[in-house]
Design a binder for this molecule. Structure first.
Ligand SMILES: CC(C)(COP(=O)(O)OP(=O)(O)OC[C@H]1O[C@@H](n2cnc3c(N)ncnc32)[C@H](O)[C@@H]1OP(=O)(O)O)[C@@H](O)C(=O)NCCC(=O)NCCS
Length: 193
């Protein structure tokens, strides 16, 4: 017998580690949120060819449905200051403003803190990210490997003072993704973004 599911009573949202089985749905969500231009972003230069930071790729699911995603990436600020780059963060367009983005952010930042990371940077809307403590302070002497809107270049100290004196180029330090040249992969696998 078919079970009717009321859309006014959706499945609870769960935040969990991203798995290989989430890839196709995640790509579809990112395509809908950002379009193909996402691969042209300067932040993408720090993500392409790398794996996300260990334990810091999270998804939000409601039942079997993937409804949100966030990843963090290992970078260095200048030659020797380890940090994390956050992004992309996206929530299913039909479920926005229900707190899912906030849940993903708090889970990701909590994990990053627990793992001993000391700061997080991102390129995004200050009016949204400021609620999690992100701001432009101490970011002015840092550079990204491409065009940068400084008003959107934000940082968060997980440990007080972690961004004091930060200067130089932001560079990727994450584990390099395996090269899949000869391997048949499921679906629309893309390591980047
Ligand atoms: C940004 C995004 C992830 C937020 O997810 P969400 O689940 O809707 O967020 P929450 O429910 O936790 O928070 C909603 C609040 O954030 C606000 N908000 C959402 N996007 C915002 C933005 N770009 N700037 C300022 N405020 C924003 C909403 O107006 C709402 O405000 P309220 O709490 O006063 O009602 C989601 O809107 C999204 O996927 N947008 C498209 C992709 C994107 O822009 N990603 C961020 C850049 S990487």
């Amino acid at each position: 017998m078919a079970i009717r599911v009321s859309i006014s009573n959706p499945a609870p949202v769960v935040i969990a580690d991203e798995q290989l089985r989430h890839i196709d749905a995640r790509e579809a969500l990112l395509e809908a949120a950002f379009g193909p231009e996402r691969f042209e972003k300067t932040s993408e230069r720090l993500r392409e060819g790398r794996l996300p930071a260990d334990g810091l790729a999270l998804v939000a699911t409601a039942g079997e449905r993937l409804v949100g995603t966030v990843r963090l990436w290992n970078v260095t600020l200048g030659p020797s200051r380890p940090s994390l780059l956050l992004g992309p963060l996206a929530v299913d367009g039909t479920l926005r403003a229900a707190g899912i983005g906030g849940q993903l952010m708090r889970a990701a930042l909590g994990r990053a803190r627990d793992e001993g990371h000391v700061s997080v940077i991102l390129v995004g809307d200050e009016p949204y990210y400021s609620r999690f403590g992100f701001g432009a302070a101490k970011m002015d002497k840092l550079w990204m490997p491409g065009p940068l809107d400084r008003a959107r270049f934000l940082g968060l100290e997980l440990v007080p003072g972690a961004l004091d004196g930060a200067r130089g180029l932001v560079s990727p330090t994450g584990v390099e993704a395996p090269r899949w040249r000869d391997v048949e992969l499921p679906g629309a696998w893309r390591i980047a973004a």
